[in-house]
Design a binder for this molecule. Structure first.
Ligand code: FES
Ligand code: FE
Length: 338
């Protein structure tokens, strides 16, 4: 299943401290824990199951000693080393030297954009370059941009429905009336759509009465979208008439099943005087407008023409969403699609 071979965000980095925390990805229970090393910290993502008798390692604790960091199982106290998850100590039989087969199951893990990313399976062959790493979000590593993480937002819909909503300019005048759009200015320009490994949309335009947290006047806003991963998308918006504010938002989603997902937005701004709390409050308010509509869509899985007798009809302003559906179908994404 290709979904297992992709990087997915699982939890915000700041939620993983020294104590182990449980979470789950694609029905795989995970224990995440942070090791403090001489030059920083490192997060580990292991299967949340002790190889001895199956207890949840997330109920255990992290031990720091001369031997480095170890995760101790809550049941019989077996200790597993940070490096390879190998069992180093069995307290009930201290002379016993555990063989290499006594080890926890480890997954690949990275921290990026304020989130912990996990890949459950290493792909058997090289993935398309854009899928071999967690998606890049240029603004989050550029010191001239300020980034804040919004979320998590837990949703009763599929990850693809949410990505499609993010790419859709033509709902602004209705769902976000007075904020991101106006009924009287509902016409949009869908821009130029490039379909390659992922999707790029240049020069899409919409009228926005209040395009940013700190801006009151209306403006035509040019949007650029990037979809480098089936469950991640970024937009960059610049006012077309010399507004000093630039704004970029990345949507990162953890698919929790066919009809559930958890989303975060990384918001990056240049020139916006709003505080972090104001930016988060703005994003929370905008998302609260999307939620009831997106959760109302039926079916919750996105019809991409994979199995469904269910069809949806399209208008000329839906070119980007049609391209996104083709992209998912091309990749063979079954999770959250029909
Ligand atoms: Fe983990 Fe026994 S179940 S030490
Ligand atoms: Fe919206």
């Amino acid at each position: 299943m290709i979904e297992q071979q992709l990087w997915h965000p699982v939890i915000a980095s700041h939620q993983v401290r020294s104590d182990p925390v449980a979470c789950s990805l694609l029905e795989q229970p995970l224990v995440l824990w942070r090791e403090h090393t001489h030059d920083g910290t490192r997060v580990h993502a292991w299967a949340d199951r002790c190889p001895h008798r199956g207890a949840r390692l997330s109920l255990g604790r992290v031990l720091i000693g001369l031997h480095g960091a170890r995760l101790e199982c809550p049941y019989h106290g077996w200790q597993f080393s940070a490096d390879e998850g190998r069992c180093q100590h069995v307290p009930a039989a201290p002379e016993f030297v555990p063989p290499a087969s006594h080890h926890a199951s480890l997954f690949e893990v990275r921290e990026q954009h304020g989130l912990v990313w996990v890949r459950l399976q290493t792909p058997p062959q090289a993935m398309a370059p854009d899928l071999g790493d967690p998606p890049a979000f240029a603004q989050s590593s550029d010191a001239t941009w300020r980034t804040v993480l919004c979320g998590p937002y837990e949703l009763n819909t599929s990850a693809p429905r949410l990505v499609e909503n993010f790419l859709d300019l033509s709902h602004f005048g209705f769902v976000h009336e007075g904020w991101l759009g106006e009924r009287g200015h509902a016409q949009v320009q869908t821009g130029v759509v490039e379909e390659g490994v992922g999707l790029v949309v240049r020069d899409a335009r919409a009228w926005q009465p209040r395009a940013y947290a700190g801006v009151d006047g209306g403006a035509w806003i040019a949007y650029r979208y990037d979809v480098p991963h089936p469950f991640a998308a970024m937009l960059r918006k610049d006012a077309t008439q010399g507004d000093p504010v630039s704004n970029a938002i990345a949507l990162f989603i953890r698919p929790d099943g066919h009809e559930q997902c958890t989303a975060w937005f990384a918001m990056a701004t240049q020139g916006d005087a709003s505080s972090d709390q104001e930016l988060i409050a703005f994003q929370d308010a905008v998302f609260a407008q999307d939620r009831p509509v997106v959760e109302s869509q039926s079916p919750r899985a996105l019809p991409v023409g994979r199995t469904a007798p269910i069809s949806e009809v399209h208008g000329p302003a839906d070119r980007v969403s049609s391209a996104y559906r083709r992209y998912l179908k091309r990749l063979g994404i079954a999770l959250g699609t029909c």
